[in-house]
Design a protein around this ligand. Structure first.
Ligand code: SF4
Ligand code: SF4
Length: 428
């Protein structure tokens, strides 16, 4: 039996409709709408003006603090507006001018010292592309202060419909292994564990073959349950170590990363390519043909719907996966660094919430991968009893949504938890 979660979790129906679709590069959109807040931390500070001409990859927002990230123009063109939205700006660029070939010049890895590599990742605005949106450079900087013994690479996603990691792992195997070397050098670590879902037999065979003769690489198939690709749970499964509360993977000698962020990091290090595009799966049971698109950051979802002839009138459109994704009400919303999918779903009762009382069925407790007394935590959060919520596992919750998934009373548990976390953050 392959390794799996020690507690809770659920094997959800995959519905990976775009798994067989090659990644397609999209046409240049007429305009891009680039928010200066696409990361955790403060919004980037605007550094262009209206009517200014910009080149693809040019800095348009500089990082404001260590956790913040710079933001770059994803196309060449003219800045036609800078709009303020709550706490940050959105820069609109009308496309025109040259398209850059980022891969024309490569820096040999042996010429780069680890600290210069991290600086390149910082300058490129790389964030975790698995939805966490945390600055990768800030993670790396903290990790290099610890002795890393194992680099853990996640080559699977457990949330239904998502296929970007699968396609990238399949189509870019050589590059993934090269990127792994970049990270091994940057973190001064030899041992790497590549983790796959046991169902992805072709990936396991491919990497086993390609990694032959490479030292210190372990291929680890696991019995993947949702939300096992979450970093703390991944480390637990791959390295057999638990991360103590308020600690990070590097505090226990591990660095865990997903394959998409690893590739973005490699492109920043070797080609000085900023994070200006990402893979997005357009998928769901509301589509006849699911696709995986390489999209410029700032491209509007409505442009892609039109360009690819996708149905415009579906009732529910979610981004980020049905378990953790947000409902999209405005289809002019741009693709940002943290949007890995756009899902066309029929309305489902899973999305209906109610105020029915908890019947203490225990389903949420059984599914919770981090062993929280969910009904208690949910109630404390609902009532705003924040100190007690913290004492009952609020910060341990990985917001996977499993507890609410099968709740017969359809209690919006994760909504209560997220709201409580937000309240605590705003008080600090
Ligand atoms: S959302 Fe939080 S409380 Fe609910 S199952 Fe996931 S980790 Fe447990
Ligand atoms: S699943 Fe819902 S009804 Fe059942 S114990 Fe949890 S909160 Fe209560």
């Amino acid at each position: 039996m392959n390794k799996t979660l020690r507690f809770g979790g659920l094997r959800l129906k995959e519905n990976r409709f775009s798994a067989n679709a090659w990644i397609e590069k999209t046409h240049l959109p007429r305009r891009v709408y680039i928010p200066l807040l696409q990361h955790s931390g403060k919004p980037a500070k605007i550094c262009v003006q209206k009517d200014q001409l910009v080149e693809e990859g040019q800095l348009i927002g500089s990082a404001d603090g260590n956790l913040s990230c710079p933001v770059h123009a994803s196309v060449s063109g003219r800045v036609i507006s800078i709009a303020s939205v709550s706490d940050h700006s959105i820069v609109t660029i009308e496309t025109g001018g040259s398209v850059k070939n980022w891969y024309a010049k490569k820096t040999p890895l042996e010429q780069l010292a680890p600290k210069d590599m991290i600086e390149r990742i910082r300058a490129a605005g790389v964030v975790r592309l698995n939805g966490e949106s945390v600055s990768e450079a800030s993670n790396l900087e903290k990790a290099t202060g610890s002795k890393i013994q194992t680099l853990i690479l996640s080559c699977f996603q457990t949330e239904p419909y998502l296929a970007s990691v699968y396609r990238m792992s399949l189509e870019k195997c050589e590059e993934v292994l090269e990127a792994l070397n970049v990270y091994r050098k940057m973190l001064s670590v030899q041992n790497a564990v590549l983790v796959f879902s046991e169902l992805d037999l072709e990936l396991i065979a491919l990497y086993t073959e390609k990694a032959k003769g490479l030292n210190n690489i372990t291929i680890l198939p696991i019995h993947a349950k949702y939300p096992q690709d979450e970093v703390s749970l991944l480390v637990q499964t791959a390295a057999g170590k638990e991360i103590p509360l308020d600690k990070n993977p590097w505090d226990i000698g591990c660095y865990a990363i997903d394959v998409e962020t690893l590739m973005a990091g490699m492109e920043a290090v070797l080609y000085q390519k900023p994070l200006i595009e990402r893979i997005v799966s357009f998928t769901g049971d509301g589509l006849n043909k699911a696709v995986n698109l390489k999209v410029r950051i700032g491209t509007s979802i409505s442009y892609l719907i039109e360009e690819y002839g996708l149905p415009a009138q579906k009732k529910l459109l979610a981004a980020g996966g049905p378990m953790r994704g947000e409902e999209i009400t405005d289809r002019n919303k741009p693709i940002t660094k943290y949007i890995n999918s756009v899902i066309f779903l029929s309305p489902s009762k899973k999305y209906v919430v109610s105020n029915d009382p908890c019947i203490r069925c225990g389903s949420c407790v059984e599914l919770c991968p981090v062993r929280i007394d969910v009904p208690l935590l949910s109630r404390l959060c609902e009532l705003g009893r924040l100190d007690e919520a913290v004492g009952n596992g609020l910060s341990t919750c990985v917001e996977c949504g499993l507890c609410a998934y099968d709740c017969p009373s359809r209690i919006p548990i994760v909504g209560f938890i997220k709201r409580a976390k937000k309240l605590i953050n705003s008080e600090n």
